[in-house]
Design a protein around this ligand. Structure first.
Ligand code: HAM
Length: 413
């Protein structure tokens, strides 16, 4: 019989990786809640049109990466490739804008993109992200960038570069699009195949193509900043000012355009050089037009998302989850007493593992050693008769006979 394997581009997360995953999500939750964000859980699949309209028909995500299928009710359904469109859909559907002026959500979970798998790039991957809806101040853009940076700092992830840019609103972008097409036209035939296709549909994407020839061609490309109107320019200047105030170092990168069409002013990415070609740890920006696009509402919004697998690859320090104590019982009748002790320790919040069959003391201690516990409890007939137990401290190489109350006190110290 052929052993079944996980589908290409998907990964099981267990053992050390599960510890890292949990540590990242728990830390993110702490940071986001400190900034006033609350959790939203969005569906794994949505109507395909949400992503087509939200992310944009000309994007790689919509054009070639979506997991789209027809369900049994003949609807076109897509597994979410990202979270922003769904959060906005939910916010509009539940008319949250009528209930509060400013809404802050965070989310975590798997996203699906049919990309070529490689280190740091999967077809099912996990994101943690936030969306802040209802506030147009550039201070919020800077705060979101600073918050995401704080999260990376709390995770001990260093050697990062914050790249920022502004892609402007529809009018400025369309002006820049023409400027860029003019600039690219003489070298059009030298662009890579993908960029030749992008040239007409989404020329801004040519700017972040990784192909060396395309990079060379766009080296001297005009900057999008020059196409911004007065208001957009002032917004961008304010974002930079507040980043300085918040102590965030950044690089202005006029080639940064992001792969999703909904951005309307500030865009940013945090990049590492430790992950090879998949060096973008997180990215986001302001998307003031998306709520108009999806629900005809003039509501400004900003957000970001990070790839959890990429964070896991960079994370070095995380809490281990070893049990603190291992209980060994010798003889036949000690099991009921020993399991009662295990429950009392667990109720007191002490991580406890226990033997499931009576073994030699030597075999049990070997097991305890493998588990990496600091203490073992040994219960024999004498201990059971006296309602006591032997507590062995591996580090200090000591051994005492104690009551359960005293054991709890020792282990709680
Ligand atoms: P994104 O840049 O498409 O933005 O994805 C955010 C992050 O998800 C990336 O920086 C990367 O770390 C991770 N990521 C993306 N694709 C993959 C993949 N195939 N495998 C592993 N990790 C991946 C968004 O998704 C926007 N929704 C962010 C946002 C929120 N903008 C505003 N609000």
């Amino acid at each position: 019989m052929k052993l079944l394997k996980a589908v290409r581009g998907t990964k099981d997360i267990f053992g050390e990786d599960a510890l890292k995953y949990n540590h990242i999500v728990n830390t993110a939750k702490e940071v986001f809640e400190a900034y006033g964000y609350s959790m939203i859980k969005i569906p794994i699949f949505e109507e395909t049109n949400l992503f087509k309209r939200g992310i944009g028909e000309g994007t790689d995500v919509v054009e070639k990466e979506m997991y789209t299928f027809t369900d049994r009710g003949d609807r076109s359904i897509t597994l979410r490739p990202e979270g922003t469109a769904s959060v906005v859909r939910s916010y509009l559907e539940h008319k949250i804008y009528g209930k509060e002026e400013f809404t802050r959500y965070y989310y975590t979970g798997s996203m699906f993109r049919y990309e070529r798998p490689q280190a740091g790039r999967q077809r099912e991957f996990n994101q943690l992200g936030i969306e802040a809806l209802g506030e147009g101040s550039p201070i919020l853009d800077a705060e979101v960038i600073a918050m995401s940076y704080t999260l990376l700092e709390k995770l001990g992830i260093t050697d990062l570069e914050v790249n920022i840019n502004s892609v402007g609103g529809n009018e400025s972008r369309s002006k820049y699009r023409d400027t860029l097409i003019n600039f690219l036209t003489p070298s059009k035939d030298e662009l890579c195949e993908d960029c030749r296709a992008r040239y007409e549909r989404n020329p801004l994407r040519v700017l972040d193509c990784k192909n060396p020839k395309c990079k060379e061609i766009t080296e001297e490309a005009p900057s999008i900043i020059d196409s911004l109107n007065q208001e957009e320019r002032e917004h961008y200047e304010s974002v930079k000012k507040y980043l300085d105030i918040f102590g965030i170092k950044y690089r202005e990168n006029s080639r940064l355009v992001r792969g999703l069409d909904y951005y309307s002013s500030t865009v940013y990415e945090v990049i590492t050089n430790k992950l090879g070609s998949q060096g973008t740890v997180l990215g986001g920006g302001r998307y003031d037009n998306l709520l108009k696009q999806l629900g005809n509402k003039e509501i400004p919004a900003v957000g970001f998302a990070a790839g959890i697998e990429r964070l896991m690859m960079l994370l070095e320090d995380y809490p281990k989850n070893n049990p603190e104590v291992f209980i060994a019982w010798l003889g036949k009748d000690e099991a009921t007493y020993a399991f009662g002790i295990a429950k009392a320790l667990r109720d007191a919040g002490i991580k406890t593992c226990i033997e499931f069959s009576s073994r030699s003391l030597k075999a049990s201690m070997k097991k305890a050693d493998k588990l990496g516990v600091g203490h073992a409890i040994i219960i024999g007939d004498e201990e059971m008769a006296n309602k006591k137990m032997v507590l062995k401290n591996f580090q200090e190489r000591t051994q005492e006979t104690l009551s359960i109350e005293d054991v709890i006190k020792r282990l709680k110290k």
